[in-house]
Design a protein around this ligand. Structure first.
Ligand code: 7RM
Length: 631
C-alpha cells in the first residue's frame, strides 16, 4: 500500500493499528531495505520504560535514505538549497551526488578517528553540508547530536559535555539575514571546558577569520580532498541509537532525547508520506532549522526516506524582505510547505503587499507545527497562501515522539482551525485528570498522554534512564505524558491548549524557564530570578523575567540591557527576556518554593485572578510586584 487516500481508509487503518499494532507496523517496515529481518516487532513496558521495535533487525538508515533510491531516481533532486542571499546561486543535489558526498564525509570522519557509537556534535548553519554531516554520522554508526546554531557557548558546552562528544563539526560562520553568526568562535569558547573533544572539523562558509587550533581543528574542504567516496554503510541493530537531540525541561538541565534506528525510520517515513499526502516528484519545504526535531524528521529523514526533493533554506523569512518565503515557493515550485504559526503571524503582520507579487500556484498542501495555531493565522494562511485550495495540516508532536502524533491527513481529514484533529494510525491518546484517571468520552479537557507505544517514541534520556522515567512515564502510571493540556470536542477532535509545566514555546522554540533563569543569574549583580511566559501576539509566548538585584543600582535601563546581553552570551538570542522587572522579593511559600502561578497572572496582566496568597511567606511582595509590573 502506497499510502492512505480516503477517510474510510484512515478509519480502517486506525482500527487495524489499535487491534493489531504489530501487524500494522510490520507491514510498514517491509517497505525498507534490511540486512537482516527483525525477530520480534514490539516488546514494551511503560514502567521501566523499555520499548523495543523490530528487535533483531539489522539495517542502516542511510542505505534507506540514499542507496535504496539510486537505481530508480539517482539523478532526481534530493536536496534543493536556497541560500540566505538571493543573489547567490541555489543548489540542486541529486540522490547520486548526495550519496557520494555523504560517503566521502563519512570517510573523513573515519579518517579522523570516529567509530560506531561515538557521539559527534554538529553545530552548523543551514547549508547542504549540515545534511551531509548528519547522514555521514548515521552511515558509520556514530550518534549525531545537532545543536541549534542560535544557541551560545554555555548551551553548546553543556550539550557537548552531557553527551561526551569527541568530535565537533562546525563552520567558520553562518549567514542569517543581514547578520553573520560567528559559529567557530562560539565553539572555541565552549571547548575551553570540554576535554572530551579531540577534533573540530570546520566548513568554510563565511570566509571570516577564525583561529585554527593546531592538531585539533581541520578544514572540511581540505579533508574531503583526501578521501574516496566509497563507504559501505555500517550494520546497525534496530535499537542502536541514531541520534541524541537536546530538549528543554522544567529543570535547568536540558534532556538528551535518544532516538533509535529502525522505529524512527519507519515512523518518520510513514507520517511524512501520509500526513502530507506526498506524491512522487513533489518538492517539499520544511522551514525548520535542523537544530530542532522538525528539521531532523521532516527536512532530512522523512523526505529522503520517501525519495522526495527536500528544500533547505539558509536564511530568515524577512530577508531581504517579508516576501522571501513566497518568492522561494515560486522559484522552486514548492508543492508542500511546512512552517510554524509564529512565522505565519509575523508575515501576516507585514501586510499582503509582500504576498501579492507571487503566484503560489505550485502549492498543494500546507502544514503547521510547533505551537497552537490561532484561528486568525489559520485563516490568513488558508486564504492568502493556500488560496482556499490547499488543505492545512496542523501537526501536533514533540522531540520525544520522533514524528507527528495528532494531525489531519491532507485533504482526507476534515479540518477545523485550531484543532490538530485526529490521532494518526498507531497513536492512542488518553486525556487524564490531575490524579491520572483517564477521562472517557467527548467534550472533555485533561492532560494529554499516550497509552501505547509507536515506533518513533523516545527510548531514554542520554546518561540517565531514571530521568526519562521520571519525566515522561512516572507522573501518570502506565502512560507516556506529554506535558500538554488538551481538549477533545464533541466530534472527538483534539485541540492542544498548551504546556502545563515550566517550559514555554517562544517563537516556536521550546525553552525551559529554569534554563533562562540560570543564564540571567550569571549576571554578577543578580541574586535570584524567576521567569514566566506571557501571551505574545507574534511569538506565541514572550519571556517575562522578575529579578532581584543585590545592590541598589540606579541605572535600571543599563542593568536591563546587561541582563539581555548576559542571556544572549550564555544561552543565545532566542532566550532574551522581552520584559524585565527588578523586584525586592519573589512570592515564596514557607518551604521556599516560588509560586509561579502568581507571577504568571501578573505577567498576563490578569491581576483580578491572582488567587490566594495567604500561604506565602511574605504576601506583601505581591503588592510591590503588582505596582511595578511591566505591561
Ligand atoms: C515538533 C515540536 C513540543 C511542544 C509540544 C506542544 C507544542 C507542537 C503543536 C504544539 C499545539 C501543535 N517539538 N506543539 N506542535 N502545540 N499544536 N500542532 O515542536 O519538542 O520542540 O515542542 O510544542 O506544547 O509539547 S518540540
Amino acid at each position: 500500500m502506497e499510502r492512505i487516500t480516503t477517510f474510510e481508509q484512515y478509519q480502517q487503518a486506525y482500527k487495524n493499528s489499535v487491534e493489531n499494532p504489530e501487524a500494522f507496523w510490520a507491514e510498514q517496515a517491509e517497505l525498507f531495505t534490511w540486512r537482516r529481518k527483525w525477530d520480534k516487532t514490539l516488546e514494551w513496558n511503560f514502567n521501566e520504560p523499555d520499548v523495543k521495535w523490530f528487535s533483531g533487525g539489522k539495517l542502516n538508515i542511510t542505505e534507506n535514505c540514499l542507496d535504496r533510491h539510486l537505481e530508480k531516481r539517482g539523478d532526481q533532486t534530493a536536496l534543493i538549497w536556497e541560500p540566505n542571499n538571493p543573489d547567490e546561486a541555489a543548489k540542486k543535489i541529486s540522490y547520486k551526488e548526495l550519496h557520494s558526498e555523504v560517503c566521502r564525509f563519512a570517510n573523513v570522519l573515519k579518517h579522523n578517528g570516529a567509530k560506531k557509537g561515538d557521539r559527534i556534535c554538529i553545530y552548523m548553519p543551514m547549508v547542504p553540508e549540515l545534511t551531509i554531516a548528519v547522514l555521514a554520522c548515521a552511515r558509520i554508526g556514530a550518534i549525531h547530536s545537532v545543536v541549534f546554531g542560535g544557541f551560545s557557548f554555555k548551551s553548546l558546552s553543556d550539550r557537548i559535555q552531557d553527551a561526551d562528544c569527541n568530535i565537533v563539526i562546525t563552520a567558520d560562520g553562518g549567514f542569517r539575514g543581514a547578520k553573520d553568526i560567528p559559529l567557530k568562535s562560539v565553539v572555541d569558547e565552549a571547548l575551553e571546558i570540554c576535554a572530551s573533544v579531540k577534533k573540530v572539523i570546520v566548513l568554510k562558509r563565511t570566509h571570516t577569520n577564525v583561529i585554527m587550533k593546531k592538531d585539533r581543528d581541520i578544514w572540511w574542504q581540505e579533508e574531503m580532498e583526501k578521501v574516496s567516496d566509497v563507504c559501505p554503510a555500517e550494520t546497525m541493530d534496530s535499537e542502536d541509537t541514531l541520534f541524541i537531540l537536546y530538549t528543554s525541561g522544567s529543570t535547568g538541565k536540558p534532556k538528551g532525547v535518544v532516538h533509535t534506528t529502525a522505529g524512527y525510520m519507519v515512523y518518520t517515513d510513514y507520517t511524512f508520506r501520509n500526513v502530507f499526502q506526498y506524491n512522487s516528484g513533489d518538492v517539499f519545504w520544511c522551514t525548520a532549522d535542523v537544530g530542532w526535531i522538525t528539521g531532523h524528521s521532516y527536512l532530512i529523514y522523512g523526505p529522503l526516506l520517501a525519495g522526495a526533493a527536500t528544500l533547505m533554506f539558509e536564511g530568515i523569512p524577512t530577508f531581504p524582505d517579508a516576501g522571501r518565503f513566497w518568492n522561494v515557493i515560486d522559484k522552486h515550485k514548492v508543492n508542500i510547505f511546512y512552517t510554524a504559526p509564529t512565522a505565519i503571524r509575523s508575515l501576516q503582520a507585514m501586510g499582503l503587499d509582500f504576498v501579492k507579487p507571487y503566484k503560489l500556484d505550485s502549492l498543494r498542501v500546507l502544514g503547521s507545527v510547533g505551537e497552537p495555531i490561532n484561528e486568525e493565522a489559520w485563516n490568513w494562511y488558508n486564504e492568502n497562501i493556500g488560496k482556499k485550495n490547499c488543505p492545512i495540516v496542523d501537526t501536533y508532536w514533540q522531540t520525544e515522539t520522533g514524528g507527528m502524533m495528532i494531525s489531519a491527513m491532507a485533504g482526507i481529514t476534515k479540518t477545523k482551525p485550531g484543532f490538530a484533529t485526529l490521532p494518526l494510525p498507531g497513536i492512542q491518546p488518553a486525556l487524564v485528570d490531575e490524579k491520572g484517571n483517564e477521562l472517557h468520552g467527548n467534550n472533555i479537557e485533561g492532560r494529554l498522554c499516550f497509552k501505547f507505544p509507536w515506533p518513533g517514541i523516545i527510548r531514554t534520556t542520554y546518561g540517565s534512564h531514571e530521568r526519562c522515567r521520571e519525566t515522561y512515564f512516572n507522573i501518570y502510571k502506565g502512560y507516556y505524558f506529554t506535558g500538554d493540556g488538551c481538549r477533545r470536542d464533541e466530534d472527538g477532535y483534539y485541540r492542544i491548549t498548551g504546556r502545563v509545566d515550566d517550559v514555554i514555546k517562544v517563537s516556536g522554540h521550546l525553552l525551559g524557564t529554569a534554563e533562562i533563569e540560570n543564564a540571567i543569574n550569571e549576571h554578577p549583580d543578580i541574586v535570584e530570578s524567576a521567569v514566566v511566559g506571557f501571551p505574545h501576539d507574534i511569538k506565541g509566548w514572550g519571556i517575562y523575567a522578575f529579578v532581584i538585584c543585590d545592590n541598589e543600582r540606579k541605572d535600571v535601563d543599563n542593568l536591563k540591557s546587561e541582563i539581555i546581553q548576559t542571556v544572549t552570551k550564555y544561552m543565545g538570542p532566542i532566550a532574551k527576556p522581552d520584559k524585565i522587572q527588578i523586584v525586592k522579593g519573589l512570592p515564596k511559600t514557607r518551604s521556599g518554593k516560588i509560586m509561579r502561578r502568581i507571577l504568571r497572572k501578573i505577567a498576563e496582566n490578569d491581576l483580578a485572578n491572582i488567587g490566594d496568597t495567604s500561604t506565602l511567606l511574605d504576601p506583601s511582595v505581591v503588592e510591590e510586584i503588582k505596582i511595578g509590573a511591566v505591561l
